[in-house]
Design a protein around this ligand. Structure first.
Ligand code: ADP
Ligand code: MG
Length: 368
């Protein structure tokens, strides 16, 4: 009931100052909405109301939610991304548009004195003609997977991609068992199970697990497309090397290839760019990361020092198995620029290149 909902949020507002969704919720704006829109906005906030310790506390559940509930989401975006409430996003993959990069445009970390590292760039994408994962029915999830299997057949037939699709859906012709699934997760190819994540459960995103979930991997296992995680699709390129352009350029090509296939119309917002479930990913949906060993900064067995140094550099620190996982045995961490919104794709990969050298210097200074 909307009135119970308002009472609940009012109580949470006083207690949870860091829950962005709760803090940005305005009962006066809510009162102006139709009954149908009230229920839709309420659904977006469910995760943060059920889990008041959330930092973000809301997810879009329909491709048009950011536009339809702009007075709410503009405040959320301003608060998380530290931008103005009327900020508009512009997409741009052209590295030539970024200042301060090597003249030849090659982002080679070997030039910074770094060894070959595991590099990964991913983007979130959602289709325009399905509800977002938080509001999908089980039937939607299976229809989405079936549509994607047609796209994967096309990629598998292309010599530059090839590969295979792996499904978690019982009865799917590409079904894989638990042992195979665990091996793919360990290889950083497949995503972790979602049915134990209380935030994703409350958001509706983990519902119907494992139906409609799966992953395409190219023959060289450097291009992956996840189906049915936090966004309809997560498209990523990953390889060990030193030249960041290799993963960035291949991702762009793969994305253009997928988007050119019939039935692959992605959701965009005129003001906000790429539509993603979580407002933290809106705009580019892009995260560019490196796995790097920082033994000095992690000598105490925690990532606390690395985080304290990385944060002012605009870099986020994750564990070796991704978000909410521990650091690697040799002090290896996952480093990525935090910004996704009101920054271009080219600026994100450039920020990783520029940031990693500063982090490397901090690591060296810490060992002295
Ligand atoms: P995202 O939200 O960007 O998909 P997660 O933190 O959920 O990232 O991690 C997903 C998977 O991607 C995990 O297996 C993680 O270890 C892997 N991963 C992320 N960055 C890299 C990288 N640079 N090299 C290898 N694996 C990576
Ligand atoms: Mg993730």
């Amino acid at each position: 009931m909307p009135s119970d909902f308002i009472d609940k949020i009012s109580a949470l507002k006083a207690q949870w100052p860091d829950n962005i969704a709760v803090q940005c919720f305005d009962p006066a704006y809510f009162a102006t909405l139709s009954e149908g829109h009230k229920l839709r906005l309420q659904k977006c906030l469910n995760s943060g109301v059920e889990n008041p310790d959330s930092e973000m506390g809301c997810y879009a559940c329909q491709p048009s939610d950011f536009d339809d509930f702009k007075p709410f989401f503009a405040r959320v975006l301003a608060r998380h991304h530290k931008v103005a409430e009327d900020a508009r996003h512009v997409n741009n993959w052209d590295l030539g548009s970024v200042e301060g990069l090597p003249e030849d445009g090659v982002l080679d970390i070997a030039k910074l004195g770094l060894p070959a590292l595991s590099m990964r760039v991913r983007v979130g994408r959602n289709l325009r003609d399905f509800a977002l994962p938080g509001s999908m029915t089980k039937d939607d999830r299976i229809r989405l997977e079936n549509r994607m299997m047609g796209v994967f057949d096309r990629l598998i037939a292309m010599p530059e991609f090839g590969g295979a699709y792996y499904s978690l859906t019982p009865g799917n012709p590409c079904f894989i068992d638990d042992a195979k699934y665990d091996a793919l997760v360990d290889a950083h190819i497949m995503f972790k199970r979602m049915d134990t994540d209380r935030y994703l459960i409350a958001a509706g995103i983990a519902a119907d697990w494992p139906f409609g979930r799966g992953c395409y991997a190219s023959a060289d296992r450097e291009l992956m497309i996840w189906v049915g995680e936090e966004d309809h699709l997560r498209i990523m390129c990953m390889k060990r090397g030193t030249v960041l352009n290799e993963v960035f350029d291949r991702l762009k090509l793969a994305l253009e290839t997928v988007e050119s296939i019939e039935g692959m119309e992605f959701a965009y917002s005129a003001d906000y760019g790429v539509v993603t479930s979580c407002p933290t990913n809106l705009g580019t949906g892009m995260r560019a990361s490196l796995h790097i060993a920082l033994p000095n900064l992690t000598a105490d067995g925690t990532d606390a020092k690395a985080k304290a140094i990385a944060r002012p550099l605009g870099l986020a620190v994750r564990g070796i198995g991704g978000e909410h996982t521990p650091i690697g045995a040799d002090g290896t961490l996952d480093i990525s620029p935090s910004a996704r919104f009101c920054i271009t794709e080219a600026e994100i990969v450039a920020a990783l290149y520029k940031g990693i050298v500063l982090l490397k210097d901090a690591e060296a200074a810490c060992g002295k």
